[in-house]
Design a protein around this ligand. Structure first.
Ligand code: URA
Length: 189
């Protein structure tokens, strides 16, 4: 896709730790754009977001909500694997922001789903208590006004089973927006 990044060396630590740049995957005109934090080991190895254990949880959650992985777009706040799976630094998030904005503009999704604290705070530009905020749709100024659904990160459900229900119900909310353009829930905006 046009918004794929083929060459970027803005973050020296990530250039050292990555094997490759991991671009978003999925339909170029997807209704739903899921945004994770950054590639982990498996994503770095395969060159695709959410193909490790978090990806298995996400795939299963999508299926339960009546969605298919192939119908949604998956991307990350940063496209290169941070060393030791640490959180991306503010400077790295900033360096990669233009790539995410280009992808957002190209896909023009009905709803952006922030998977976890890092993407929720990056997209909304403020602190977000993800567990209590999960399932809520917020408006964010991302070049244009966009709807952002806060969701717990799929990996959180692996460590804390009580988060599984929160995760799944956020995906059901996302599914409501897919297909009908979110018109039925526009009032939440
Ligand atoms: N976690 C993320 O946030 N993104 C991925 O691509 C994989 C795991």
């Amino acid at each position: 896709m046009d918004c794929d990044v083929t060459d970027c060396e803005r973050c020296p630590a990530l250039v050292d730790s990555r094997s490759r740049i991991v671009n978003g995957v999925g339909p170029a005109d997807a209704d739903l754009l899921f945004v994770g934090e950054g590639p982990g080991e498996h994503e770095d190895e395969h060159g695709e977001p959410f193909v490790g254990r978090s990806g298995d949880v996400l795939d299963e959650g999508l299926r339960s909500a009546g969605l298919a992985r192939a119908d949604v777009r998956l991307t990350n706040c940063v496209r290169c694997r941070p060393p030791d799976n640490r959180d991306p630094r503010a400077s790295e998030l900033g360096n990669c922001r233009g790539h995410l904005r280009t992808e957002l503009a190209a896909v023009d999704p009905v709803l952006v789903v922030a998977l976890g604290k890092v993407p929720a705070e990056h997209l909304l530009g403020r602190e977000v208590p993800v567990t209590s905020a999960a399932g809520a749709v917020h408006e964010a100024d991302l070049d244009t006004a966009r709807r952002v659904l806060v969701c717990v990160h799929p990996a959180a459900t692996l460590y804390d089973r009580s988060q599984a229900e929160t995760f799944e119900s956020a995906l059901v909310t996302a599914a409501d927006y897919a297909g009908d353009g979110g018109q039925s829930t526009f009032g939440d905006f």
